[in-house]
Design a protein. Structure first.
Length: 395
């Protein structure tokens, strides 16, 4: 990347990101291109946002058509594209009502507010260790990882954590004073950690006893990414609330809070709102995404190819047992836990024109666009194997 470009970035922006040193000019399908003409296979997908890749022709057409009509109306109006997207979300989530937001963290904030209204401010809202729910104050109060919270205290009162997959800790903490439990059934930022059947079974048992709400955070692990509509669909459980975002906007800012019937009448006009949530252009893109994922066979493809990718990575673990500690995940949300810092591998893959991400320091996080093909998966696997071979030889 041009040094002047980076210098201008340092002059103009607050220091909140470690930028990837590539000057992107365009994207197409599962590939990104820089201004020098280099082509990169993207197994990062804008942090699980670009489910249909880049410049998907149906999204381009839908966005152009909608913005030619109107780009924004206040939510004092209801639009046809909002109605169509809401109907798709309700049908495929099997929930009752929708509130549109701009992002995942805003969806979490809306969920906190509706829970406080229903259960009262004195009851406790729990989240899980290693969780990530967003960076605004309510969402950050539920995010347990210290690196995101240090220096921003104090947080919302009556928010606490439960150890992820620790049934004993769950039983000890949950009682009649519990309002809700937020959880990612597959944690993303925490290192692609999958909830256990035992934990879910006990969670349902306690909910039936005490009547608290279960909130499924499907922001990263929803919209078909795991081979199911939402990650909780891999288990015998129906949440009371679902928070979703990232992929549903087709690359445009969009999120949603989905509620069960028990929450239908908690909000009323003036109690909550948003200026841009449910933007018509974002909704037009979202309609394309949901139809492609849920109605045109893409989710089933994710399930099949995701199993293939997971199996091949487990074979790779057997090939390199001193490098790969664990392989876990579902669909196209997979983590390779290494015995060392993963950022070195990220850099080496970028040198081979393949983009991946490292989270929780030593977990390679794979989030390819849902449209990725078997040939592209095989190309990714070949290059990753070559890097592990080189590291073995170097040692």
């Amino acid at each position: 990347m041009n040094e002047i470009f980076l210098e201008n970035e340092r002059k103009l922006f607050l220091k909140t990101y470690n930028r990837i040193p590539i000057d992107i000019s365009r994207g197409e399908g599962v590939f990104l291109y820089d201004k020098a003409g280099n082509k990169y296979l993207d197994f990062f997908a804008g942090l699980a946002v670009n489910a249909l890749g880049y410049a998907h022709p149906k999204i381009v057409e839908a966005v152009y058509k909608q913005i030619s009509r109107f780009g924004h109306l206040s939510n004092n109006f209801i639009t046809d594209v909002q109605l169509e997207l809401a109907e798709l979300l309700v049908r495929h989530s099997k929930m009752s009502k929708v509130f549109f937001t701009n992002s995942g963290t805003e969806s979490v904030e809306a969920a906190i507010k509706i829970i406080r209204m229903k259960y009262g401010p004195e009851k406790i809202i729990y989240s899980m260790t290693d969780s990530f729910h967003g960076r605004t104050y309510g969402a950050m109060s539920l995010t347990s990882r210290e690196k995101y919270k240090k220096g921003f205290e104090p947080f919302l009162p009556n928010t606490q954590t439960i150890k992820y997959n620790d049934v004993k800790d769950l039983e000890q903490k949950v009682n009649k004073n519990t309002a809700a439990i937020f959880l990612e059934f597959i944690q993303g930022e925490g290192g692609i950690n999958v909830i256990t059947e035992e934990f879910v079974t006990k969670l349902v048992e306690l909910k039936n006893k005490f009547g608290f709400a279960i909130v499924s955070d499907g922001i990263q692990c929803g919209t078909g990414r795991t081979g199911k509509p939402y990650s909780h669909n891999h288990f015998d459980i129906k949440p009371d609330l679902i928070v979703t975002a990232k992929a549903i906007g087709g690359g445009l800012p969009l999120g949603a809070l989905l509620s069960s019937e028990a929450f239908d009448d908690i909000f009323y006009p003036g109690k909550h709102g948003t200026t841009f949530g449910g933007n018509p252009v974002s909704c037009a893109a979202g309609i394309v995404v949901l139809k492609e994922v849920f109605e045109n066979g893409l989710m089933e493809k994710v399930s099949t190819l995701g199993n293939y990718l997971l199996d091949e990575l487990k074979r790779m673990q057997n090939m390199f047992p001193t490098q790969i500690k664990d392989v876990r995940g579902k669909g196209f949300m997979i983590g390779l836990e290494l015995f060392y810092d993963g950022n070195e591998i990220v850099s080496q893959m970028r040198g081979r024109k393949i983009l991946i991400n490292c989270t929780n320091q030593n977990v390679l996080r794979l989030l390819p666009p849902l449209i990725v093909t078997k040939d592209e998966i095989d190309y990714f696997l070949f290059n990753l194997i070559e890097i592990f071979k080189e590291k073995n030889n170097g040692n």
